[in-house]
Design a protein around this ligand. Structure first.
Ligand SMILES: CC(=O)N[C@H]1[C@@H](OP(=O)(O)OP(=O)(O)OC[C@H]2O[C@@H](n3ccc(=O)[nH]c3=O)[C@H](O)[C@@H]2O)O[C@H](CO)[C@@H](O)[C@@H]1O
Ligand SMILES: C=C(OP(=O)(O)O)C(=O)O
Length: 423
């Protein structure tokens, strides 16, 4: 199993390009199932999760071709199977978003339940209720969701009990081919939902309100092919900004949409960082700045993202003062805390809140052998290694490879001492 070996202490500086957003690319790949015509997607990140989604489409008989310009062309004309098997779904929760497109286009779907994972139980009840509200018959049997809709789906007024990103995306995709109008209330407003809606609109879907909490979809007979460029990854961008905050120097990230990072930028400024931005770049400059611990509360967009919580927990661990981090989205997303404690961090967990006393002015974090438990916990441990004294060995980095394209190359380009150790 690959590991990352990081020698702490280097000051980061320079510029890097941010990759396409994993969480936008995954549902967009699934949306190809809504049309018979070929679709072309560009700016897909080179990540294990993307490979898994492509394998899932391939396992159904869908044709996926990589073009010379690195865009991917997908055609469902050859589809044979309407099943998303356990082997693939269990490795990636986002596979659940093939349910809506399969059901809407082919009238049936069999999708393995994704199960729980390291950050919480993550049920899919709201996805299922959404499909039922659109008129589907859904049964859960032997770990599989079996859904069908003889005569097609019908538009409905749906209120989500909780804000759910993949749930909103799944039901929005299903509703594009339903008869009549669907209104989704308490919908997720994440930029990835908007990117998916824009892709669907380019395929001929009639969608308004994406990016607000009420999305209206007027069903159409069929969707056609499109070319869509995936938005930049705001979580990857935020992770490199935190790296700059704790180990910079001056770090510039390019090819980003700065407004997607408003909540993160605000917290970095509150932490004492100097930030500037242009249309598609953000620069963090830590020269002459003292990093101060900040209070964070995660919540759905546009509030502070849960996917940046672990990175900011680490920021607090190496800043001046005491910061409180409240996790309101997932019930078990503090797995990185134990590992940070092994490196010397001072943290106390009480329910869904962790209080961290920064180590500035004391000895700071010390390198250690640590275990990555989920994607963002892994990122947090890599960042910890950058500022710890001595060497940090991060084990189980397959989590990291799900979400960070070329992380060691990008970190090394900024001046970090980091290498992948195989086996
Ligand atoms: C591939 C992808 O886009 N993943 C993101 C997506 O995950 P994902 O879409 O799975 O997360 P949700 O927004 O659905 O989860 C929010 C909360 O709702 C709960 N819930 C969700 C669905 C459901 O049917 N029932 C239910 O109770 C979840 O357990 C969680 O407590 O949004 C999360 C929240 O921003 C991010 O951390 C993930 O990176
Ligand atoms: C939790 C995440 O991803 P997923 O929903 O794919 O597990 C994430 O991107 O931080």
């Amino acid at each position: 199993m690959d590991k990352l070996l990081i020698t702490g202490g280097a000051t980061l500086s320079g510029e890097i390009r941010i990759s396409g957003a994993k969480n936008a690319a995954l549902p967009i790949l699934a949306s190809s199932l809504l049309t018979k015509e070929p679709v072309v997607y560009s700016n897909l990140p080179h990540l294990n999760d993307i490979t898994t989604m492509i394998s899932l489409l391939g396992s159904m008989g869908v044709s996926v071709v990589l073009n010379e310009d690195m865009s991917v062309e997908i055609s469902t004309e050859t589809i044979k199977e309407l099943t998303a098997p356990y082997d693939l779904v269990s490795t990636m929760r986002a596979s659940i978003v093939v349910l809506g497109p399969l059901l809407a286009h082919f009238g049936q779907a069999r999708v393995s339940l994704p199960g729980g994972c390291a950050i919480g139980s993550r049920p899919v009840d709201l996805h299922i209720k959404g499909m039922e509200a659109l008129g589907a018959t859904v049964e859960v049997e032997d770990g599989y969701i079996n859904a069908s809709c003889e005569g097609g789906l019908k538009g409905a007024h749906i209120f989500f009990d909780k804000v759910t990103v993949l749930g909103t995306e799944n039901v929005m995709m299903a509703a594009t081919l339903a008869k009549g109008t669907t209104v989704l209330e308490n919908a997720a407003k994440e930029p990835e939902v908007v990117d998916l809606a824009n892709c669907l609109i380019a395929m001929g879907a009639k969608i308004s309100g994406a990016g607000t909490d009420t999305i209206t979809i007027e069903g159409v007979e069929s969707l056609h092919g499109c070319h869509h460029r995936v938005i930049p990854d705001r979580i990857e961008a935020g992770t490199y900004l935190v790296a700059g905050a704790i180990a910079g120097g001056r770090v510039r990230i390019k090819e980003v949409i700065p407004e997607h990072l408003d909540a993160v930028i605000m917290k970095l400024k509150e932490a004492g960082a100097q930030l500037s931005q242009g249309d598609d770049w953000i620069e963090i400059d830590m020269n002459d700045c003292t990093l101060k611990a900040v209070d964070i509360r995660t919540a759905p967009y546009p509030a502070f993202p849960t996917d940046m919580q672990a990175q900011f927990t680490l920021l607090n661990a190496v800043a001046e003062g005491t910061g409180t981090v409240e996790e309101t989205v997932f019930e078990n997303r503090f797995m990185h805390i134990n590992e940070l404690e092994r490196m010397g961090a001072k943290a106390k967990i009480k329910g869904n809140t962790v209080v961290i006393k920064g180590l500035t002015g004391q000895k700071g974090l010390k390198g250690a052998r640590v275990m990555a438990t989920d994607l963002r916990a892994s990122a947090c441990l890599v960042l910890a290694g950058l500022v710890a004294s001595g060497e940090t060995l991060v084990d189980r980095i397959y989590h990291l490879d799900r979400g960070y394209e070329c992380i060691e190359e990008k970190m090394a380009a900024l001046g970090a001492t980091i290498q992948r150790v195989s086996g």
